[in-house]
Design a protein around this ligand. Sequence first.
Ligand SMILES: *[C@@H]1O[C@H](CO)[C@@H](O)[C@H](O)[C@H]1NC(C)=O
Ligand SMILES: *[C@@H]1O[C@H](CO)[C@@H](O)[C@H](O)[C@H]1NC(C)=O
Ligand SMILES: *[C@@H]1O[C@H](CO)[C@@H](O)[C@H](O)[C@H]1NC(C)=O
Ligand SMILES: *[C@@H]1O[C@H](CO)[C@@H](O)[C@H](O)[C@H]1NC(C)=O
Ligand SMILES: *[C@@H]1O[C@H](CO)[C@@H](O)[C@H](O)[C@H]1NC(C)=O
Ligand SMILES: *[C@@H]1O[C@H](CO)[C@@H](O)[C@H](O)[C@H]1NC(C)=O
Ligand SMILES: *[C@@H]1O[C@H](CO)[C@@H](O)[C@H](O)[C@H]1NC(C)=O
Ligand SMILES: *[C@@H]1O[C@H](CO)[C@@H](O)[C@H](O)[C@H]1NC(C)=O
Length: 838
Amino acid sequence: MMWGFRELGLLTCALSILPLFCSATKFVPIDNYLIDCGSPSNTTVGSRNFAADSFFKDLVSTNEDILANTLNLNGDSPLYRTARIFAGSSEYTFPINQKGRHWIRLYFFPFDFGKYKLSTANFAVIGQDTILLGNFSVQKNPVMKEFSLNVSSDTLVITFTPSNNSIAFVNAIEVVSVPDDLIVDDAYTLKPSLAPYYGLYSQALETVYRVNMGGPKVSADNDTLQRTWVPDQSFLINSNLTTSNSNIAAVKYTEGGPTENTAPPVVYGTLRQMNSMYDPRFIFNVTWQFDVDPGFEYFLRLHFCDVISRSLNELYFNVYIDSFYAAKDLDLSTETNNVLAAPYFKDLVTLPTVSNRIRVSIGPSLTNTEYPNAILNGLEIMKMNNSMNSLSAATTVPVTSGSGLNSKKVGVIVGSILGACSMIVLIGVLFVMYMKRKKLAQQRHSKTWIPISANDGTSHTIGSKYSNATTASAATNCGYRIPFLAVQEATNSFDENLVIGIGGFGKVYKGELSDGTKVAVKRGNPRSQQGLAEFRTEIEMLSQFRHRHLVSLIGYCDEMNEMILIYEYMEKGTLKSHLYGSGLPSLSWKQRLEICIGAARGLHYLHTGYAKAVIHRDVKSANILLDENLMAKVADFGLSKTGPEIDQTHVSTAVKGSFGYLDPEYFRRQQLTEKSDVYSFGVVLFEVLCARPVIDPSLSREMVNLAEWALKWQKKGQLEHIIDPTLTRKIRPRKVSEHIRKFGETAEKCLAEFGVDRPSIGDVLWNLEYALQLQEAVFQGDPEENSTNMIGDLSPQINNFSREESVLAAQFESPSLNDLSGVSMSKVFSQLVKSEGR
Ligand SMILES: *[C@@H]1O[C@H](CO)[C@@H](O)[C@H](O)[C@H]1NC(C)=O
Ligand SMILES: *[C@@H]1O[C@H](CO)[C@@H](O)[C@H](O)[C@H]1NC(C)=O
Ligand SMILES: *[C@@H]1O[C@H](CO)[C@@H](O)[C@H](O)[C@H]1NC(C)=O
Ligand SMILES: *[C@@H]1O[C@H](CO)[C@@H](O)[C@H](O)[C@H]1NC(C)=O
Ligand SMILES: *[C@@H]1O[C@H](CO)[C@@H](O)[C@H](O)[C@H]1NC(C)=O
Ligand SMILES: *[C@@H]1O[C@H](CO)[C@@H](O)[C@H](O)[C@H]1NC(C)=O
Ligand SMILES: *[C@@H]1O[C@H](CO)[C@@H](O)[C@H](O)[C@H]1NC(C)=O
Ligand SMILES: *[C@@H]1O[C@H](CO)[C@@H](O)[C@H](O)[C@H]1NC(C)=O
């Protein structure tokens, strides 16, 4: 919902007659902590008041108050004149009045204060379990680091942990609410090209660049959200090829579009464009280059506003991030509903970067070349936390020696457990990778279980600290080793009454950690060689992949030859149990659709979220779990395999999986691709629709196998014969057909004989989301009457589509999907138009 700006301010705008007055509305942050650390008095910066250190003293927990100041005014802001120094691990605890995204801005300027030389300080900063800075130091110039975190609890704890024999410091701190709609959950990926990305809500972000293309520096005081924008000259690769332009007065913020909080007029009203002075037909790119830390994904927001065209639809251009399209033949007039000079932005997420730079280029469209030009008005680049929940490439977070630890300083423990935790996971992952290579040799020479984490170095220190403890907590939310004693305690010594499932791997118990976190404890049969490989795979996979729709691993235990995995507890159990055989109340059609969409998102992430696709290999309704809100999460990665390398097309492997869900092509040729998961998912879709087991030997021969049986009826177009009767009872028969037919068509496609003919899970996801929209449309009004009338006016209406809808439309236009969508497409469009118009 990039366009879903529904601010209080906008409401005011909508009510006022002249939208020009919009700019007067201002966002008022609910949480607004501004601290001038170490300062004896309040400091005014622009229009904001940073409180004296003493004012927020109660929020600090440190051994010794060291307040420092300097006469060196090298720092360009008065905030840099004082600092608070931490000799041991220390923390700030901020009460949070409104959960959600918050800016954390930290100011650092290294000066000398008596025996403390701040330029030698080396430390880590952790906020809400995310490593914001690791192995951090500031040599000479002042720096301000800006982060944004979605705070999910009533307090935000920021911990400063000095490295061994070092100190930490900070000159000023801001913790300020961010408008909820500034950063939404979805964006586009670069690869696959412009596919949907979900999951920004849970990301910690660090602003690495915020640039005003072709315009001046914008200081915090000239931005409604106190952001700083810098000019773009220093990032241009060949500035002679470019020219800047500006028309700030022309910028028209429109209802439902970006607001001044998205970016101020001085950003949208100034731009960089091609310098076509010599030969206007000359085709080239304008390119900016940004240095970044490799190994992270980056979130890019590109801001556009066409303040140079004389009329609509003059300017068509391409935008690239590295060699990928960020936008192709972009026509801003279309994106802004035919309002010239209306702001527009596009959000993209990169793959984990391999190189240490990101290049952003703009160039004219090659298909529409009447006025070859291209523009960019603003750009924000934010680093996203990695799977170890860190924004720092440093693999360790310092563990402070006794320098100042007392019972009150929980921060140290949290900090060090967290550091150790990422260490263990890292060692674990490396070790598992190493093990994989050595696997063959291993199987021949050794039959004993070798623990996942190496018992040396740092991890040993932590390990020993930890094994004294008899309790464990999930607070750090990061897979780590849990002592056997704690597991025993959590499951009441593996009480048989707590068994919630039994599988090939062993039993699953419900448990509760000492801090009250409910967990599912999966205990493997000891010394089973097969189980061992799966145990490792599962830890490896789950520590790399974290996603809202994948079950997360809280920890593992490998003491005493045990193979125990501890997961988040999924209150509502398996999808299967809600479909048949358990007597649970049946799910509504909408619930079923949403569950399928959730599971498809999880799989989509596995297939595309990482440099190499991961194939689940055991997709079935018993491996789709539901939390208390019936949100679906994919579980059981024991069989997962990393997918084909780019130059191969399949992975050869022994056939594994579950009967009734198994891809026949994989079975025949023993070649595994992502499309095998798509097949199994297709079976799940029919299972959801028909609410019967995938194999039911008690039925007549032709009915035994659900996939065959359902395909037969689907091909006849008479799906209603086999639909779960509890579904048909609730809906009028004619209405069933539209969205359920869509669903049936999608499932049918998934079950295509050959993998190449099956859609990708991303396509399946789109189709399901689309079926959901149809379903909603049915509830919102009576589509049948209006839909047919509107087919004639379809093309002009398409221009009014919001972004997502046009992407949706583009998806359906792609040849591979034409047959999937079929004739009913025109109805779809009219419904989209209809819901848009409301
Ligand atoms: C200093 O700032 C605090 C917090 O904003 C405020 O409550 C206090 O009145 C200020 N003190 C002075 C002397 O301005
Ligand atoms: C923060 O995260 C929660 C849970 O994922 C989500 O519901 C909420 O919308 C997020 N808020 C923001 C502002 O990102
Ligand atoms: C920033 O704001 C100041 C007044 O607060 C104003 O004089 C100045 O022109 C503004 N600069 C820009 C670039 O808008
Ligand atoms: C840009 O132009 C300036 C002067 O016109 C020239 O000195 C410089 O070499 C040019 N730079 C490039 C990269 O062409
Ligand atoms: C512009 O950059 C893109 C991406 O690097 C590249 O594919 C394209 O060929 C470039 N166009 C020109 C005219 O150089
Ligand atoms: C960032 O951390 C969140 C919360 O732990 C997690 O859900 C997300 O997957 C992480 N991001 C990446 C790119 O791993
Ligand atoms: C910390 O950073 C320094 C240089 O900035 C580097 O030499 C050192 O290896 C890093 N240490 C760790 C533990 O990453
Ligand atoms: C800190 O460094 C000293 C010497 O540099 C070393 O003896 C000590 O073991 C280190 N402490 C930790 C916890 O690494």
